[in-house]
Design a protein around this ligand. Structure first.
Ligand code: MTE
Length: 421
């Protein structure tokens, strides 16, 4: 018995915390097999507490307020949000900042639970642009942030966070409110009836069960904004962070745009492959994403530990030519499929929303990579390493940046090849 008894759930979802609150990722193979769009029942869920119970008959009267530093404070009901504002439909990948945290927890336990590599999902979201709603409340010049507040009651108050107002007003950032996923009403776990969707940023900014937009001159002071979704300097231990509040109130450590990341679904961590059955080649496959609307521009695989891209330095910090190896084509270039392009060129309406605008110029979705590898090369290797690079040439790092909340983990994805005998 949990406060969520009213919420239907798919038994395939893997629970990452106890029975309650509900925090789940789909099995990576199921997620990958679904392709570009994730069905709502398999979409990962990150809930800090109970799902607010909303009856169907009450939804038309669900209210959100736009308040704070505005000339004309507004209260809109759900019907007005749908009728008074242009509706947009756009494909967006949401990613939990804890995606791949399990690898961090294996090295050293962080304060977060162990997400595997499936803490992300993609849907076509439909709803109005947040900018249009804010504009109708006439923001004051002094407003710099939009604080968002959800309806879920948690031990430390409502869930809330903020983003910069100029991001919310920028059509290229695509920040919207959504009431539909893949053409159906939002499911209770995903914010029914109304949520924010902040593309290209960590999932924690996309507030579900949205009740308030408050314009302010400072970032949100909500408990969850301060105590969650941060990457503190790597030397801060769980003990230090609990004792010293200064780490949490320094807004430089709050995270917004996602960092570049990639994961292999074939093969997966701990997967047992029968290479004898594989034929002459094996096709490695997986996904990659970047933040802030940046496109993935390459995904590369190394079977030799990536070592041949390293410049080595000797004790005098002079380049150690004997151990330097920058010219060998050690990283193999993968094919990339940008499935979102299908929607980029789409003309017209989908699910009552115009498929157009901002996201034609940006990439807010995952893409899929693949590479055919001779089985003999796999047999000669100890590990498959995968790394992605985005259009700003940000590349996944070789080393893990461990931090106390275990967030934004994105070192080269590594699948060890173990050999029998
Ligand atoms: N909004 C509310 N109101 N309450 C929450 O617990 N969790 C956040 C965000 N919005 C949360 C929320 C986090 S940390 C993430 S990663 C995303 O919702 C997850 O969205 P999803 O459950 O629809 O996948």
């Amino acid at each position: 018995n949990t406060p969520d008894n009213h919420v239907p759930r798919d038994p395939r979802l893997i629970r990452l915390t106890g029975v309650h609150p509900f925090n789940v990722e789909p099995p990576l193979t199921d997620l990958y097999k679904e392709g570009f769009l994730t069905s709502p029942e398999l979409f990962y869920v990150r809930n800090h507490g109970p799902v607010p119970q909303v009856n169907d008959v009450d939804i038309p009267n669900w209210e959100i307020s736009i308040e704070g530093l505005v000339e004309k404070p507004l209260v809109l009901n759900f019907r007005e949000v749908l009728q008074k504002y242009d509706q947009i439909t756009a494909p967006i990948t949401l990613v939990c900042a804890g995606n791949r945290r399990k690898e961090q927890n294996t090295v050293r336990k962080s304060k977060g639970f162990s997400w595997g590599p499936a803490g992300l999902s993609t849907a076509l979201f439909t709803g109005p642009m947040m900018a249009d709603i804010i504009r109708s409340a006439k923001p004051l010049r002094s407003a710099k942030y939009v604080c968002m507040e959800g309806a879920d009651k948690l031990p430390n108050g409502f869930y809330g966070t903020s983003v910069k107002l100029n991001w919310a007003m920028d059509p290229n950032r695509g920040i919207m409110l959504a009431h539909k996923m893949n053409g159906e009403d939002l499911r209770p776990d995903h914010g029914r009836p109304l949520r924010a969707v902040v593309p290209g940023q960590i999932g924690g900014r996309s507030v579900k069960w949205l009740k308030k937009l408050i314009l302010t001159d400072a970032p949100s002071d909500n408990w969850y904004h301060i105590n969650d979704n941060r990457v503190l300097p790597t030397m801060v231990s769980p003990e230090m962070s609990a004792q010293d509040r200064k780490w949490w109130t320094d807004d430089r450590y709050a995270i917004y745009d996602l960092n570049v990341n990639s994961v292999a679904a074939y093969p997966q961590h701990e997967e047992e492959l029968d290479l004898a059955m594989a034929g002459p080649t094996y096709t490695a496959k997986g996904y990659a994403y970047a933040g802030g609307g940046r496109r993935i521009t390459r995904v590369e695989i190394s079977l030799d530990g990536g070592k041949c891209t390293n410049i080595s330095y000797d004790d005098n910090l002079k380049v150690d030519k004997a151990n330097t190896c920058v010219f060998l084509p050690a990283w193999r270039l993968c094919e990339i499929e940008y499935a979102e392009d299908k929607y980029r060129n789409f003309e017209g309406n989908l699910f009552g929303g115009k498929v157009d605008m901002w996201w034609r110029e940006a990439s807010f979705c995952w893409s899929f990579w693949s590479l055919e590898i001779p089985v003999s090369d796999l047999e000669a290797s100890d590990a498959i390493l995968v790394r992605a690079v985005d259009e700003a040439l940000a590349a996944q790092p070789r080393d893990m940046y461990w931090s106390v909340l275990g967030m934004m983990n994105n070192p080269w994805f590594r699948v060890t090849i173990t050999k029998e005998g």
